[in-house]
Design a protein around this ligand. Sequence first.
Ligand code: DGL
Length: 270
Amino acid sequence: MIPTVHAPRVLIFDSGVGSLSIGAAIHQLIPQANLLYAMDHGGFPYGEWQESALVEHICQAVSALLQRHSADILVMACNSASTAVLPALRNSLSIPVVGVVPAIKPAAQRSRSKVIGLLATPGTIARAYTAQLIHDFASDCCIIPVGSRVLAPAIESLFWQESPIDAVLEQIKAELYSHPRAAEMDTVVLACTHFPLLQKPLAALMPNLEWIDSGEAIARRVLHVLNELNLPLNLNGSTAKREVVILGEEPATPILIQGLENMGLSLIDY
Ligand code: DGL
């Protein structure tokens, strides 16, 4: 009997709608891959968790999810999580894990002024992993760190309830520009996967800056890993599935469900 061949499935895991920005980049590069977007709404916001508790929570949540929905590769689509959990996840899973970490290296390569904003959650800003990235790739740069407690929650509320966001964006601008060298800043790293979802309004509010995130690099990495695994990508006529699963007790709002449908995604049961 000829075995049925399935297109590979990529699990894109985040605390919330940040999985959408990474998933969009993967879908753009690899439209044949099935994508399962996981939003751990019950655990949101990861940026406020204590590091060891977060590692334990994510390892448990990911393996429970994989028992229900299998996948060929995991993308940990969250900077706050990846900067803490990657070694533990790789130890505990049998599938490859691609981590999303702050795009400090490309930002340091691209910036001419060498004054770079780093917009992230408080957790990502505090991590030793992030300090090491800066040490390794941007030691000649002045980094302006903004660990925002409000931006990721505001984006989550925008997608779940259409809550207004303008005042929060103004607050981010004020925080970035309160640094003494802010006038020289030419590049900002969007080091939380929620933030690229609002790159357009951020860029409109703060023109003349280059905004850098990890989406495209992660998509290239996923393609590379799928090729290494020898998974069949050229399945003639097959339509890739893009599904969303929400972890936690709160049911998705009609606004969120509609927004996902508008992006071609469908919500499935946990
Ligand atoms: N999307 C997560 C990240 O990349 C942040 C949201 C959270 O705090 O849970 O850091």
